[in-house]
Design a protein. Structure first.
Length: 256
């Protein structure tokens, strides 16, 4: 029964990642918590490991259509990975109830952001990143990528939505390039965070594999079909689901 739940949670996570580039924190952890009582640190590690494989599938799909900016992606990945390693250490000292409550809150806020997201982001103009040390954008990018990685390592969120917004608002990426590049960076954040978690605790191998299999199938399916649906409709459907998941997870931890 547990394996089926992990497959389902992984599949849903893969679908959402393929469509909007979100990390597993927005779906995988809330679904597991709806059915099972699970150790927070282990669940965060599993979600990060799931992100590694799901992000890889989505990344390869977007690479096929030349929707990834590797120069900026690699630069941001360096600092995001540093933040993820530090965040993984921080998660060791955080109480489980607070970890899950924060997870639920982030999920709900992500859903609200998606529900309210406008299609006008598609019209954002392209701009090249200025790597000059005198550039404010240079230092802001370092600070924000460190923050995204820190949150990812601590809470099991590889930062998909945060990275997406960073690339759209700071670098004025078009939506497809923003999703592709954010998933590319997310892969490295998840890889660093999951390795750090695996170092400290043993994971149920069968459940981990179950989640990964479901995630790969869901990601492959959604990444191929995402362009067949209207973006605004998908944002509202996904946003509504995430709001409900986040609210349920948050209330479960804060209400005695």
């Amino acid at each position: 029964m547990e394996s089926l739940i992990f497959i389902l949670a992984g599949f849903v996570t893969g679908i959402i990642t393929g469509i909007i580039g979100a990390s597993s924190i927005v779906a995988f952890i809330p679904i597991i918590l709806l059915f099972l009582n699970y150790d927070a640190f282990s669940l965060i590690g599993i979600s990060l490991a799931l992100d590694v494989f799901v992000a890889l599938v989505v990344f390869l799909m977007y690479k096929k259509y030349h929707h990834i900016k590797f120069k900026i992606g690699i630069f941001l990945s360096i600092f995001a990975v540093i933040g993820a390693i530090i965040g993984s250490y921080i998660s060791l000292s955080l109480p489980q109830s607070e970890l899950f409550a924060i997870t639920g809150l982030i999920t709900g806020l992500t859903g609200i952001g998606l529900f309210r997201r406008k299609r006008k982001f598609k019209q954002a103009t392209k701009s090249e990143f200025n790597f000059s040390l005198k550039s404010l954008k240079f230092w802001l990018a370092i600070f924000l990528s460190l923050g995204v990685g820190l949150i990812g390592g601590a809470l099991g969120a590889a930062g998909g939505i945060s990275l997406l917004l960073l690339l759209i608002l700071l670098f004025r990426f078009e939506i497809h390039e923003a999703i592709g590049t954010s998933v590319f960076i997310m892969f490295f954040i998840a890889l660093a965070g999951s390795f750090t978690h695996f170092y400290y605790i043993d994971f149920p191998f069968l459940l981990l594999v179950s989640a990964i299999v479901g995630g790969i199938v869901g990601a492959f399916f959604s990444a191929r079909l995402a362009n067949l649906f209207k973006e605004e409709t998908l944002n509202k459907i996904s946003g509504l689901i995430l709001i409900i998941m986040g609210l349920v997870t948050f209330l479960r931890e804060v209400i005695p």
